[in-house]
Design a protein around this ligand. Structure first.
Ligand code: SF4
Length: 528
């Protein structure tokens, strides 16, 4: 494998005290489309006392660093960026394959310090508490520097003394000290570093290393989302909603595109659609001659001018996430829009000249009935009849509702496998034969595993270890169910009550937990 990249940093190993391995326990092409990897790489390598090299769990590359081809156990700090629960087993596999004891209690003075961060682990560090030495809870920009300074300060003083002092840093959870931790976040997004020298691989689009978001500059304009959809991890785990200022965004674009060889920008931010200067930003990008695209838009924030900018920016398919079309369910999930809005927006999309539209729906929502699924089917047909006539011009991506920690829906269980299969069959029978649709479903078993991990605590460590040692595939989860005599589905469908102690209750998420209870109660009152 000879991967050539722009903006790669290769430092001389001599004389640098902190050798930091930045691991993304999944494919290179996915990891390099994750802004956190670019940000951490730049932040870490900006320090004279740190060198950072990247690792990916990718069948197309060996488990050695991209930069110097060293093995993981050559580094003294290993940081994993965990974006999804399904990567937890991959994380353990990486440690096993690298000869590093996966459980923190088995690691000694000569072993690296294992750090974890990312959205899923922030919301619930429990499942990996027995594997990690350090877990970053919240946004790491400030915390990371304080952590590295502490590593330097306590160098040579032993692992326990180091970890004890690391546990005193706000936003850092050290499971072996079981310290009470409060989530941290950057108050003013303008003060947060933005990755400017983003890594771009030199490879054709059919290469296994071609990033899933293309050779693009990832531009983060917002963080958190204040719209409070009750199932949404992005919302409740990243409050408050913050926007980068227009001036700062222009400075990032001007500087970043000097260093990053692309003219393609992907705008990042779960509430990017609500940025007060969104159209000014798009106009600026257009005038500079860049191509750009936006993540999924809220229907009630769409107008003709915004869609015209998307067209001018080269986005081929506008993306929306209605989740459902039933007014009853929209109230339950707290995502309100009027009945006709989806069709009005779809008409606008068509009139402006887009031939494609992409829609995200969620099935298995609390209170959902077969009629609600039928409503999605009839709505999709109605949208197609607006004039989306080409083959696969309506791309519909379904997900299964998975209750997430620190959201009002954390007390709900998942819909049963039988019910979900019935709903999927109904949709497939109705729409698979219609060439205008490209319908995608996730793997149901994977969603069940995800739900199991996301609501579990440290006690599942033996199960995760077993699955990792048995290859980490879905079939190893079946083997685990048999070996440990339990059923994933029985656990994930359970509806819980307010007396239930969640593994993440000890984390101070930064707001009063009665907010979640109140929102849950409101949704319950709407379910007949
Ligand atoms: S609008 Fe989107 S990001 Fe915001 S809370 Fe709702 S689902 Fe989450």
């Amino acid at each position: 494998m000879n991967l050539v990249e722009y903006n790669v940093v290769k430092k001389d190993w001599r004389g640098i005290p902190i050798k930091f391995a930045l691991c993304y326990p999944n494919m290179y092409r996915v990891g390099m489309s994750c802004l956190a990897i670019h940000l951490l790489y730049e932040l870490l390598n900006s320090r004279k006392d740190v060198l950072c090299e990247r690792f990916f769990l990718d069948q197309n590359m060996p488990l050695t660093s991209i930069e110097s081809k060293r093995y993981l156990n050559s580094f003294n700090i290993i940081g994993f960026s965990l974006q999804y629960e399904l990567d937890y087993v991959n994380f353990i596999k990486v440690l096993l394959e690298s000869g590093i004891p996966p459980l923190s209690k088995d690691r000694g003075e000569s072993d690296p310090i294992i750090c974890l961060g990312g959205p899923a682990i922030t919301s619930n560090p429990g499942p990996l508490a027995n594997f990690a030495d350090v877990i970053f809870v919240g946004e790491v920009e400030d915390t990371l520097h304080r952590f590295l300074d502490t590593v330097i300060e306590f160098e040579g003083r032993g692992r326990i003394e180091l970890l004890e002092n690391v546990s005193k840093i706000p936003g850092v959870y050290v499971p072996s000290f079981d310290n009470r931790v409060k989530r941290v976040w950057v108050e003013n997004l303008d003060d947060a570093h933005h990755a400017l020298k983003q890594i771009i691989p030199v490879c054709p689009s059919n290469s296994p290393f071609y990033p899933v978001l293309g050779k693009s500059f990832l531009l983060e304009i917002s963080r958190g989302c204040g719209f409070g959809c009750r199932f949404c991890l992005e919302s409740y785990n990243y409050l408050p909603m913050r926007f980068r200022s227009f001036g700062k965004i222009l400075a990032i674009v001007n500087e970043g595109l000097r260093f990053t060889p692309t003219n393609n920008l992907i705008i990042i931010g779960s509430a990017a659609f609500a940025h007060p200067n969104l159209k000014d930003i798009l106009e600026y990008l257009y005038k500079c001659g860049f191509r750009f695209s936006l993540p999924s838009l809220r229907l009630d924030f769409v107008d003709e001018e915004l869609l015209k900018f998307l067209k001018l920016g080269g986005q081929r398919t506008p993306v929306f996430a209605p989740e459902t079309v039933s007014q009853k369910l929209l109230k339950i999930i707290n995502k309100r829009f009027e009945e006709d809005l989806l069709f009005d927006v779809a008409k606008l999309v068509k009139n402006i000249g887009f031939n494609n539209i992409k829609l995200y729906f969620m099935i298995g929502l609390p209170g959902e009935s077969i009629e609600d699924i039928e409503l999605i089917i009839s709505s999709l047909r109605k949208i197609a009849d607006i004039g989306f006539d080409y083959s696969k011009s309506i791309r519909v991506s379904f997900s299964f509702f998975v209750p997430k920690p620190n959201t009002p829906f954390q007390w709900f269980g998942m819909d049963s496998k039988k019910s979900l299969k019935k709903k999927v069959k109904l949709i497939k029978d109705a729409l698979y034969g219609d060439r205008r649709f490209d319908i995608r479903f996730p793997n149901l078993r994977e969603s069940i595993v995800q739900a199991f991990i996301s609501r579990s605590g440290p006690d599942i460590a033996p199960i995760l270890l077993f699955v990792a040692k048995n290859g980490g595939s879905l079939s190893s989860w079946y083997a685990a169910e048999k070996f440990f005599n339990f059923s994933l589905e029985d656990i994930v469908v359970n509806k819980l009550d307010f007396k239930y102690k969640f593994p993440w209750d000890s984390i101070d998420i930064g707001y009063d937990s009665s907010l979640l209870m109140n929102e849950y109660s409101k949704s319950l009152s709407l379910i007949k």
